[in-house]
Design a protein around this ligand. Structure first.
Ligand code: ADP
Ligand code: MG
Length: 703
């Protein structure tokens, strides 16, 4: 306890940082690397060799034996294949550890077992991993030893993206190019790039590992498929921001240390709304690095939990009846010279550039609400979106009082002559400083909220990669900027044209603004009247990928080809069917092998005691009543079990991916819900000691 942590020294100690490159590379090579990092292009073969050697020397000094091209296939998690630095021994049998520029830059894998949505037949299984020079190389240390990890993009033999990073990088270039066109209209000539920045807030649950290991549903599905509610949930609001318990605190401390070593700026930690739920947020950074780092955060959270006898659950809905977990994706655009395009300043009504950017974002989100919804869709998130604890499945924008007022002025009169200002916060206590309030309050129910100088996309699921949401955001905003620039670059009177455009865009897309309660039925009805899409499930969202509108958008900026989009749509159906199938099989297994035997042996005991009581002429009416109630539920459970088995067998026979996914959603899932009900009822009826798995009370309140 209390040992000094030198965070400054720790930070980035396992990263081959720019600073380390500067120290270890010849000046000319370092300059070349910096140039490629900032402006794109390729390293010469000679320079790549020099960089690889410096990297390898540093890695070996730090205990590394292997390197890996670390990539992000469409499974949503990361993948790696490790190679040792070893080479052929020389004539004397000596072995030199080597690593060439070629090995650094390009890897080749037989990747036929990754989802490709039909993009690659297994006989053309070649996949390539290509170094993403803009995301830092790092060392991963675990039981395997120390491994040098090189963040890479993953493409097929024919150049199609098989991963989440490639389209993201493409989208970042698109939004940069198009945003620069807007900036140039305002006379900005010094910015060379516009950078999409992202700060994801990661929510998670922590449970005791021993108990976790007794729950097949947590092991196989990442969420509880059964479980009667505990007597207490989150209704007392006593967990949110509560004092962090010691066991969790020491876990959080270890996560922070591991993340800091990896150069991840773990910053904020707190207890979340549900019991056993917590959050970690890093400081925002360039989108592709933030995506890589979020993968590391999720990985480290899981790994470190084991050391503390804990298990980290990243599923969007591990427990029914209490809040699920999301990942608020904070997003903004700023220039390489440090100007945030989403910063309205104190008087947004006078900030024409900001208003144009805002108008373009309104247009983008309104035009592509379906795509944005799709980008946050995953199997677990179906339990959250629209379920009164997470943003609704309807995409809308929250602007807050100040901007909302400016937009209203512009739409109504064509000119905005004032901005509502934040007032002093009067606490009524003379010893408390009267602080300046924000001009705008928060709205927790909005899926896409303006929060000062960034948008917060709140629909993203906790277990999901944040690559797709940010790819989509960048792409749709790039398109709006592009269309605006096409028109404005031709305008005779630029000032007038900009003014007219802001008013026009805001008027045409005003329906996407909603500042009220997103959880209310009133909003569902209102959104329907406004014609906003309300896409309820993951697979209902999938077809948004391949509409003509979507293909035109993504092909225009070279982010996804039509084929890539089709394959991605196909993969969503595959992933969905497989996930629900696993859940269903787990339920069947648990009922057959755990719950039914437990209940049957309990009813057997009851029957015996009834018989014994009857034999000595004692009253057995209570026992008989309990037994008959339990037997009735048991029969229901057994019937529901058989119905679920039949539904799975039927869904499995379907060949077409989309039809199959719908069978899993409309039939298997329904049968799963029908099975859960009697089993949860049984849990409340039998002796605690007879119940074969830890309960919600055990899992949520005894960490
Ligand atoms: P809030 O409390 O409003 O959600 P925080 O300050 O806690 O905001 O930030 C939440 C996340 O947003 C953090 O990861 C933070 O680094 C990130 N963030 C802050 N400013 C920006 C910005 N301009 N662009 C992107 N992310 C940002
Ligand atoms: Mg937030």
């Amino acid at each position: 306890m209390g040992e000094m942590l030198n965070v400054e020294e720790l930070f980035g100690s396992k990263v081959f940082t720019v600073e380390k490159m500067k120290e270890r590379l010849p000046k000319t090579v370092f300059k070349e690397v910096k140039k490629v990092m900032e402006c794109g292009g390729e390293l010469t073969k000679e320079s790549a060799d020099v960089v690889a050697k410096a990297m390898k020397d540093w890695a070996i000094e730090n205990g590394a034996t292997h390197y890996t091209h670390w990539f992000q296939p469409l499974t949503g998690i990361t993948a790696e294949k490790q190679d040792a630095f070893v080479t052929h021994p020389d004539e004397e049998g000596r072995m030199l550890m080597e690593f060439s520029g070629k090995e650094l830059i390009k890897g080749e894998t037989d990747a036929s077992s990754f989802p490709s949505g039909g993009l690659r037949a297994t006989f053309e299984a070649r996949g390539y991993t290509v170094w993403d020079i803009t995301s830092p190389v790092f060392l991963k240390e675990d039981a395997t030893g120390v491994v040098l990890c090189i963040p890479t993009a993953f493409c097929s033999f024919t150049g199609e993206a098989l991963d989440k990073k490639t389209p993201l990088l493409r989208s970042m270039e698109a939004v940069s190019t198009q945003a620069l066109r807007i900036l140039r209209l305002f006379g900005n000539t010094d910015a060379k790039r516009v950078i999409a920045s992202v700060g994801p807030e990661q929510e998670y649950f922590i449970v005791d590992r021993e108990k976790y290991l007794k729950r097949p549903d947590l092991i196989f599905a990442g969420r509880t498929l059964f479980g009667a509610p505990a007597p207490k949930g989150q209704e007392m609001d006593d967990h949110y921001f509560g004092a962090i318990r010691e066991r969790i605190g020491s876990y959080m401390k270890d996560i922070n240390i591991e993340l800091w070593k990896l150069g991840v700026t773990a910053k904020t930690q707190h207890n979340e709304v549900a019991p056993a739920q917590h959050e970690l947020a890093p400081i925002y950074e360039t989108a592709n690095i933030a995506v890589d780092h979020n993968q590391l955060i999720m990985e480290i959270m899981k790994k470190v939990a084991g050391r503390h006898g804990l298990t980290c659950l990243l599923h969007e809905k591990p427990f029914a009846g209490v809040n699920g977990s999301g990942k608020h994706d904070n997003w903004s655009l700023s220039t390489d010279t440090g100007m945030n395009l989403l910063d309205p300043g104190n008087t947004p009504n006078e900030n024409i550039q900001f208003l144009l950017v805002l108008a373009c974002i309104m247009k983008a989100v309104d035009t592509h609400a379906d795509l944005l919804r799709q980008s946050a869709a995953d199997v677990g998130n179906d339990h959250r979106l629209g379920a009164d604890e997470a943003p609704p499945a309807i995409i809308s924008i929250f602007l807050g009082d100040q901007l909302d007022d400016v937009v209203k002025q512009l739409v109504e009169t064509g000119c905005a002559d004032h901005s509502i200002q934040g007032e002093k916060l009067l606490t009524g206590v003379s010893t408390l400083t009267d602080i300046e309030k924000d001009a705008t309050d928060r709205n927790r129910t909005s899926p896409f909220a303006f929060t000062g100088n960034k948008f917060e996309f709140r629909s993203v699921g906790s277990s999901d990669s944040i690559a797709s949401p940010n790819t989509t955001l960048n792409a749709i905003v790039a398109e709006a900027f592009c269309e605006a620039a096409d028109e404005l670059e031709k305008a005779d009177n630029l000032e007038m044209a900009i003014h007219d455009m802001i008013k026009r865009y805001m008027t045409e897309h005003q329906r996407i603004i909603f500042n009220g309660d997103g959880y209310s039925q009133g909003w569902v009805d209102e959104a329907a009247r406004r014609g906003l899409p309300n896409i309820k499930s993951m697979i209902d969202a999938s077809s948004a990928l391949t509409t003509e509108k979507s293909v035109a958008l993504f092909e225009k900026f070279g982010i996804y080809s039509r084929t890539e989009l089709q394959s991605r749509e196909e993969i969503t159906y595959e992933i969905y069917s497989k996930s629900i199938n696993i859940e269903a099989l787990t339920m069947i297994d648990m009922v057959r092998k755990l719950y039914l035997p437990a209940v049957m042996s309990y009813t057997g005991e009851l029957a015996k005691s009834i018989k014994a009581l009857n034999e000595i002429g004692m009253d057995s009416s209570v026992q008989t009543k309990v037994l008959s109630n339990i037997s009735a539920e048991l029969a229901k459970a057994n019937a529901a079990l058989e119905a679920l088995e039949a539904a799975v067998a039927k869904a499995k026979l379907i060949k077409n991916g989309k039809d199959k996914a719908y069978a899993f959603k409309d039939e298997v899932k329904v049968a799963m819900d029908n099975l859960r009900k009697p089993v949860d009822a049984l849990e409340t009826m039998v002796d605690n000691k007879a119940w074969p798995v830890p309960t919600y009370a055990d899992l949520l309140f005894e960490v």
